[in-house]
Design a protein around this ligand. Structure first.
Ligand code: SF4
Length: 404
């Protein structure tokens, strides 16, 4: 699950053939979606840190969920061609082969991929069989985002992850056999008790698999999660901020030394292997979102679907609205969000482009607070682009909330 954080807290939700033109021209439509997110909430069990929209122990509801998903998508009324599908979760690979086949057919009917397209799916190593990958590959899968998190048993145990290293290696090998052109690996740093050497070991093991892309996330203790409860009972002690910063910096140093481009706070890619779909989010472009708990941004309106499985299925199948939150953004609000999201990217926000996109000057949006953060060494302003410094990236949420 890719985490999209929009700093005002409205959303906090919890990734081929990547064609050259798509990479060179990552400019999404700002109003009408060219990207589609589809949420599959099923998970074999809840991981200790997870507060995403998930459903565990509900395997018998998977067909009904696909019925509801099909009905929700069909409300489009006619096919809407897009440039990316991102099937996220939850664990999409918890679906059976025939369910994945059905899902791809639904998407082909209503959201046909057009031109140079990207098709990503999030996968867990323990449920991603060769047969499932073959189904997805036959429908044009271009990008596999694998939730590895760590290569060490004590860390996996702390996070309540189910898989082991041989499963990870097998999935990567199978994806290569099927010529899935982009493989991304998710890793988590800053686990309680994890040393810098332990984190460097995870990075080294990850690089040995030669993925095209890495997403590295600092462990967070979201309220109500099992890990948060353990922390509150004193059973685990989170790392200090400076220790976590050292982990983050080690990731940047090691992955860049390995030839990867650090293109977003948490994202690293080989040349030509950035995730186009996620770049739509950071551009604050429009995107469709379907399924339980899914967020969408269409024509300046942000919406989120209900996060409960039974409620989602019941509402869709009985013809009711599935939207749980809905907000039409005022132009200034949209400009503020755009700047916050643009700053997640290494290139930051370009003054000319920002003005064209939002109708606002960056300096009018930030006022003197920007200069203060530049003086503090957290922002860099070269007159054309405003971006986070290396230190600022680690404190990105803090910096952005102080900018407005
Ligand atoms: S597999 Fe992912 S979505 Fe499912 S419980 Fe674990 S972290 Fe959450």
């Amino acid at each position: 699950m890719i985490v999209i954080t929009i700093f005002d807290g409205f959303f906090q939700t919890g990734t081929s053939r990547v064609h050259s033109n798509l990479q060179n021209n990552p400019i999404p439509n700002w109003r009408q979606p060219e990207a589609a997110y589809i949420h599959i909430p099923f998970c074999a069990q809840q991981c200790g840190y997870c507060d995403f929209a998930i459903a565990t122990g509900k395997d018998s509801s998977r067909d009904a969920y696909l019925d509801a998903l099909e009905k929700e998508i069909s409300r489009l009324g006619k096919p809407h061609p897009v440039r990316s599908w991102f099937i996220g979760g939850g664990t999409p690979t918890e679906l059976t082969e025939s369910q994945l086949e059905r899902l791809c057919r639904i998407l082909k009917q209503w959201l046909p991929l057009t031109g140079e397209a990207e098709f990503s799916i999030e996968a867990n190593p323990d449920s991603t069989t060769m047969e499932k990958l073959a189904v997805l590959s036959s429908h044009g899968l271009t990008r596999l985002s694998l939730g590895v998190q760590s290569f060490q048993e004590p860390v996996l145990k702390l996070l309540d992850r189910r898989h082991d290293n041989p499963q990870v290696e097998r999935v990567v090998e199978n994806a290569r056999k099927l010529k899935i052109s982009s493989i991304s690996i998710d890793l988590i740093f800053g686990s309680a008790g994890q040393s810098l050497e332990s984190w460097k070991y995870d990075l080294t093991r990850g690089m040995a698999l030669k993925p095209d892309h890495f997403s590295t996330y600092g462990l967070t203790y979201e309220k109500g999660t099992p890990l948060w409860k353990k922390m509150n009972r004193g059973q685990i002690i989170p790392l200090e901020d400076n220790e976590e910063l050292a982990h983050y910096e080690a990731a940047i140093d090691m992955l860049e030394a390995h030839g990867m481009e650090h293109y977003e706070i948490s994202s690293f890619a080989n040349m030509g292997k950035r995730c186009w779909h996620n770049q739509v989010y950071w551009e604050n472009g429009a995107y469709h979102g379907f399924g339980m708990g899914a967020a969408r941004y269409v024509d300046g309106r942000r919406e989120v679907n209900v996060r409960n499985l039974e409620s989602y299925i019941q509402k869709v199948l009985s013809g009711q609205e599935t939207t749980f939150q809905s907000e039409q953004l005022e132009p200034r609000e949209e400009a503020v969000e755009t700047l916050g999201l643009n700053l997640r990217r290494m290139q930051g926000a370009n003054r000319v482009r920002f003005l064209k996109r939002t109708g606002f000057n960056i300096d009018d949006i930030t006022g003197p607070r920007k200069d203060y953060l530049v003086q503090q060494g957290l922002l860099k302003d070269d007159g054309e682009n405003l971006s986070l410094t290396r230190r600022g990236r680690h404190l990105a949420d803090w910096v952005v909330t102080r900018l407005f």
